[in-house]
Write a protein that binds this ligand. Structure first.
Ligand code: HEC
Ligand code: HEC
Length: 242
């Protein structure tokens, strides 16, 4: 832990630099009628706020919530808002262990209204689902950035048929037949395989509670191969065109 502290500090600084400057309070004061503004304005303000908070998150999760470092930082764009809120509250309460995010989820850093705003902002981001077409003039950085933003992640190895059978029997009721989740249940498609694998491992070990049934849940009933096959299946159905 001690060894992690300097790293956290550097990340904190990086985060602080990535954050756009706070709006001048004078501007708000000049607009006393803001509260009576029509709903459209209120949601635009909400969106601005979400975007501003996301400036801090972008240091790890990417400017568009696309994730980073091949899944060390999960993709959070387009994830279900209710799920994002749940997880942020759970990090804040330290029910879900996430050391890199502790400095950002403390009560004073992330009050409920900020959780609300950033979650809605991230949930509304639609990452492209097609590979970009490049012009000859596009440089390497432009290409890399465009590719990282695409929702599609590489195919994971495994038996897709077996994965499908188990997924459509054991997982679809919460995560949806198409893997897009529903209500507060997270979307699983389009998420980095190694991140999902890490989560599955921590569910199996009882480090992170999965469903409502307590420490021994549905994933404990599956073999490691079955879980890998499900992950392979999830990468096979991520293309919304199919
Ligand atoms: C210092 C890097 C860092 C910063 C900054 C950061 N995160 Fe994270 N975040 C992580 C890591 C690492 C994980 C994955 C933890 C794990 O493996 O369980 C994560 C996980 C998450 C998850 C869970 C995703 C899922 O599918 O369950 C959400 C939601 C999230 N972050 C939102 C945010 C938001 C919103 C912000 C800004 C307020 C933020 N993060 C800032 C590193 C960061
Ligand atoms: C009864 C509902 C339910 C069923 C069935 C279910 N899950 Fe989940 N799943 C959840 C909930 C709730 C969460 C979020 C848990 C939390 O709050 O940390 C979750 C989270 C996950 C995550 C982590 C997602 C992330 O972004 O961190 C993975 C991976 C996952 N489930 C895989 C599966 C697989 C594979 C199956 C089938 C074998 C399955 N789940 C069946 C409810 C369910």
């Amino acid at each position: 832990m001690i060894r992690l502290l300097p790293l956290l500090f550097v990340l904190l600084l990086a985060g602080a630099q990535a954050a756009p400057p706070k709006k001048a309070p004078a501007k708000a004061a000049a607009k006393p009628a803001a509260e009576a503004a029509p709903a459209a304005h209120a949601s635009a303000a909400e969106e601005d706020k979400g975007k501003e908070i996301n400036g801090v998150c972008a240091a790890c999760h990417g400017e568009h919530g696309q994730g980073g470092k091949r899944g060390e930082y999960p993709r959070i764009a387009g994830q279900r808002a209710a799920y994002l809120k749940d997880q942020l509250k759970s990090f804040r309460a330290r029910k879900r262990i996430n050391i890199p995010m502790y400095p950002y989820t403390q009560e004073r850093e992330l009050p409920d209204e900020d959780i609300e705003a950033v979650s809605e902002y991230l949930a509304a981001i639609q990452l492209p689902t097609k590979w970009p077409e490049f012009k000859d003039t596009d440089d390497a950085l432009t290409r890399l950035e465009a590719v990282e933003k695409v929702m599609i992640i590489p195919r994971a190895e495994g038996n897709i048929e077996n994965g499908k059978t188990i997924y459509q029997k054991e997982c679809h009721s919460c995560h949806g037949r198409d893997g897009r989740g529903r209500g507060k249940f997270p979307m699983l498609i389009g998420q980095y395989t190694n991140y999902l694998k890490k989560q599955a491992d921590s569910y199996v070990k009882g480090e992170r509670p999965h469903d409502e049934e307590g420490p021994v849940g549905i994933l404990n009933k599956l073999s490691e191969k079955d879980i890998q096959d499900i992950l392979a299946y999830l990468t096979a159905i991520q293309d919304p065109e199919k």
